[in-house]
Design a protein around this ligand. Structure first.
Ligand SMILES: [Zn+2]
Length: 321
């Protein structure tokens, strides 16, 4: 694949197409000012590795040429090749400070995170579905040990890169975007995806307290809307040209969903889990954690706009107008 050239930046996309709703796993080799960066690192698979190596080689590069790996957020489909690369070459890896306990799979943090979800799902009235999800998370502490990133992870304390590192949390608490103001390009991670709206996932912070993810997601959209951007390179799907309209559409969709949830509350559906079942039906079971993130996020949004209040009754939150 030919590189994409704008002004003084050259981008070599590594896009592995897949047959599900994400459409592709993307990472980007980026050449600027005589340095070569890898922005994100895709998934950990043989296919992805060969595509990455092929992209490097066919453009005259080798692993040694990499200046640094820059991670937009800690999700497994953005860091997949980090261990393979850093086992072969000592390439520095940079990510947001908040990504570190997650990428290192720090057991103390992971246990705190499980306790957080246990309490959250109880307070949201989730019953058995919540308990099942907590069990899954408990098992994942042991089962996913191999996903730990072995290399040291350096936080973006001093920016030595030819991009502005923007904090754009919401989809994940540690998400950053890399903004090239000279060429009006944004590497946005999963903030904005062309063909689907990315979820603001409910997560605890490093102390185990809940982050208002959807409110952060909205702020991150607003931050990007104020920048001059011609192209967004996303973690999944196609390049987004002139992203303002899409950002506005995503913001409008949040309002539409919030209105529907408000209507349910007015009809007397009052706990987050009851709202989730009424809104998503079968998906409540099959996509439990995503569905709960969406409902809780929009309830936070309605609360912030003072359109709903909540009251705890026997340990469960009830929402009302
Ligand atoms: Zn993600």
């Amino acid at each position: 694949m030919e590189p994409i050239v704008y002004g003084n930046i050259k981008i070599f996309p590594v896009n592995l197409q897949v047959h599900h709703n994400l459409k592709s796993f993307n990472c980007y080799l980026v050449e600027k000012e005589n340095s070569l960066y890898l922005i994100d690192a895709g998934i950990d698979s043989e296919d992805y590795w060969s595509l990455f190596v092929k992209t490097l080689k066919s453009n005259g590069f080798s692993l040694k040429d990499l200046t640094a790996i820059l991670i937009t957020h800690h999700h497994f489909d953005h860091v997949g090749l980090v261990n393979r690369i850093t086992e072969l070459e000592l390439i520095p890896v940079y990510a947001h400070e908040k990504a570190i306990p997650r990428l290192k799979r720090d057991p103390e943090f992971l246990r705190k995170r499980v306790a957080f979800f246990e309490q959250l799902y109880r307070e949201m009235g989730c019953g058995e579905a919540g308990e099942a999800q907590v069990k899954k998370l408990e098992h994942a502490i042991f089962n996913n040990k191999h996903l730990e990133i072995k290399a040291d992870i350096l936080p973006f304390k001093v920016n030595k890169f030819p991009f502005t590192v923007l904090e754009v949390p919401g989809h994940s608490p540690d998400q950053v975007a890399f903004y090239d103001s000279e060429n009006k390009i944004l590497f946005g991670g999963d903030l904005l995806i062309k063909h689907i709206s990315s979820n603001a996932l409910v997560e605890p912070d490093e102390n185990g307290d809940r982050i208002l993810s959807l409110l952060q997601h909205i702020e991150s959209f607003q931050k990007c809307r104020s920048l001059s951007i011609d192209y967004v390179f996303s973690g999944h799907g196609k390049i987004i040209e002139q992203p303002i309209r899409l950002i506005e559409k995503r913001l409008e969709n949040i309002d539409v969903k919030a209105e529907k949830i408000l209507a349910l509350i007015k009809q007397g559906v009052q706990t987050a889990s009851e709202i989730a079942k009424a809104y998503y039906q079968k998906k409540y079971e099959s996509q439990f954690s995503l569905v709960m993130s969406e409902i809780i996020g929009h309830l936070d949004y309605l609360e912030a706009k003072k359109q709903v209040k909540k009251k705890k009754i026997e340990g469960v939150w009830y929402y009302f107008v």
